[in-house]
Design a protein around this ligand. Structure first.
Ligand code: S3P
Length: 430
C-alpha cells in the first residue's frame, strides 16, 4: 500500500460490521433453536473462518438476497476433517469452548501465525470443566495449516473460574462450554473485557447474571432462542479513522453507526486524557448494544498521558493507534499493564516500536508497553505490517501525516478484518 500526505480528510465513513459481535452471532446462532438472521457480517478472513468451521460441523448457513446470513441452529455434529480456523484467534478459542460441551471429537487447525499464539489459557479452564482437550504438536498439514487442538467433548461440569489474563476470548470459551455443563458456572475477571457474549446470551434467553462491580458472570445451562441480529459497525475499525481525523489537517469525518459498547471504547477515554475529543451523535441501542455516529475533527494540542490499568482491556486492539497519537502529543506517553499486546497477530509492542521508529518516532519498548516522546514530525519510509492487519492500517494513517511517501509491505493482512480499508480511506482523502 502506498500512502501520500493528506491535505484534507472529509466525508462519511462506513466501516465493516463488528468482528467480535459477528463471530458470536454465528456461533450462538448455531446453538439456538430456530433460524438466527445476522445482517452486516464483515466479509473478512476471520469471519470466513468461523463460517467455514460451522459449515464443516453441519450447520446450515445461507446468504439471503440482502446479504444477511441465516444460521439454522441445533444441527451441529462431528466434522469429517480438521476445522480450519485460519488466522482467527477468536474463532479457535470460542469454538473450542463450544465444542468442549458437545459429545464428539474435533480437531482444530490454524495457520502459521495463529499456531504461535497461546492456547493454554483456554485449555486450562476447559480441562477444569472435565473436557478432554490437548494441544497437537507440529508439523504443518499440506495446506500450510497446523493441527493445534484435539477436543473430545461432552460430560462437562460447572466451575468457578478467575481468569488469569483479562481476555474476552477466554471468558467466552468458558461461557460457551458452560451452556452444556452440569451446574452453574462462574467466571470472574480481573478487569472488565468486551461483554458481547454475555449480552447476546441474555438476548437469546440464557440464564445469565453479570455483576459489574466484581466483574463476575454466572451462567447456567440454557436453551437459546434464535434472534434477528443487525451487527453494528466495528469500533476497532472506526478507530483508524478516529486517529486519522484527529491528526490530519482540515479533517471533518462522520463515522456511521459504530458499536459504542463501553467495554470497547477505551480509546475515547485515552483521547480525552490526551486533551482530544470525539463527539457521539445519534446514540441509540440495537440488540442490547449501544450504537452511534462519531464526529471527528482535527485536534491541536494533544498532550502525553499515562495509560494503564482497567482501560487497557477496553482499548486492547487500539494500542498501535495510541502509539501513533502519542508521537503527535506534547511530552511523554507511557503505556503499561499491556503485556497482552505481545501475543496478538504480531508482538505489537515490538512491531509498533520498530515500524514507528522508521517514520521518525521516538518510542521505546517496555516489557508491558512502551514510552513515546512527542511530538515528532513523521517522514515517509518503507515499513512492514509484520502480517498484522492493525499494524498495516495504523501505518497507513501514519502515512497520511508523514512527509513524502510511505510504502507498507504486507498490507494484504488488512483482509483479516477490513478488506475495503484502502478504498474507504481513499474515499475521504484529498
Ligand atoms: C476478542 C478479544 C480480544 C481482541 C480480539 C477479539 C474477542 O482478544 O484482541 O481482537 O472477540 O473476544 P483477547 O480476549 O485475547 O484479549
Amino acid at each position: 500500500m502506498r500512502i501520500v500526505p493528506a491535505q484534507e480528510l472529509t466525508g462519511e465513513v462506513v466501516v465493516p460490521g463488528d468482528k467480535s459481535i459477528a463471530h458470536r452471532a454465528l456461533l450462538l446462532g448455531a446453538l439456538a433453536d430456530g433460524v438466527t438472521r445476522v445482517a452486516n457480517v464483515p466479509d473478512s478472513d476471520d469471519l470466513a473462518a468461523t463460517k467455514r468451521c460451522l459449515e464443516a460441523l453441519g450447520v446450515p448457513i445461507v446468504r439471503n438476497g440482502g446479504g444477511a446470513l441465516h444460521v439454522t441452529g441445533g444441527r451441529i455434529g462431528e466434522a469429517a476433517a480438521p476445522l480450519d480456523c485460519g488466522g482467527s484467534g477468536t474463532t479457535i478459542r470460542l469454538i473450542a469452548g463450544l465444542l468442549a460441551g458437545l459429545p464428539f471429537t474435533s480437531i482444530l487447525s490454524a495457520n502459521a501465525q495463529l499456531a504461535k499464539r497461546p492456547m493454554g489459557r483456554i485449555i486450562d479452564p476447559l480441562k477444569l470443566m472435565g473436557a478432554d482437550i490437548s494441544p497437537l504438536p507440529p508439523p504443518a498439514t499440506p495446506n500450510g495449516r497446523q493441527a493445534m487442538l484435539i477436543i473430545k467433548g461432552g460430560g462437562l461440569h460447572a466451575i468457578e473460574y478467575a481468569t488469569p489474563v483479562a481476555s474476552a476470548q477466554v471468558k467466552s470459551a468458558v461461557l460457551l462450554a458452560a451452556l452444556h455443563a452440569s451446574g452453574h458456572t462462574t467466571v470472574r475477571e480481573s478487569a472488565a473485557t468486551r461483554d458481547h457474549t454475555e449480552r447476546m446470551l441474555r438476548a437469546m434467553g440464557a440464564q445469565i447474571t453479570h455483576d459489574r462491580e466484581t466483574n463476575t458472570i454466572m451462567l447456567s445451562p440454557s436453551h437459546l432462542s434464535a434472534l434477528n441480529i443487525s451487527v453494528p459497525n466495528d469500533f476497532s475499525s472506526a478507530a483508524f479513522f478516529i486517529a486519522a481525523g484527529l491528526l490530519a489537517p482540515r479533517a471533518d469525518l462522520l463515522i456511521k453507526a459504530v458499536n459504542l459498547n463501553p467495554t470497547r471504547t477505551g480509546l475515547l477515554d485515552i483521547i480525552t486524557a490526551m486533551g482530544g475529543a470525539v463527539a457521539v451523535e445519534q446514540g441509540h441501542e440495537e440488540n442490547g448494544e449501544p450504537v452511534g455516529d462519531l464526529r471527528v475533527r482535527t485536534v491541536a494540542g494533544l498532550r502525553g498521558a499515562t495509560v494503564g490499568g482497567a482501560v487497557v482491556p477496553r482499548a486492547i486492539d487500539e494500542f498501535p493507534l495510541v502509539a501513533l497519537l502519542a508521537t503527535q502529543a506534547e511530552g511523554e506517553t507511557l503505556v503499561r499493564d499491556a503485556a497482552e499486546l505481545r501475543v496478538k497477530e504480531s508482538d505489537r509492542v515490538s512491531a509498533v516500536a520498530v515500524e514507528l521508529r522508521k517514520l521518525g518516532a521516538q518510542i521505546e519498548e517496555r516489557p508491558d508497553g512502551f514510552v513515546v516522546r512527542g511530538r515528532t514530525p513523521l517522514h515517509g519510509a518503507e515499513v512492514d505490517s509484520h502480517g498484522d492487519h492493525r499494524l498495516a492500517m495504523m501505518l497507513a494513517v501514519a502515512g497520511l501525516i508523514a512527509s513524502g511517501e510511505t510504502r507498507i509491505s504486507g498490507a494484504e493482512s488488512v483482509a483479516k478484518s477490513f478488506p475495503e480499508f484502502e478504498r474507504v480511506l481513499a474515499g475521504i482523502t484529498r
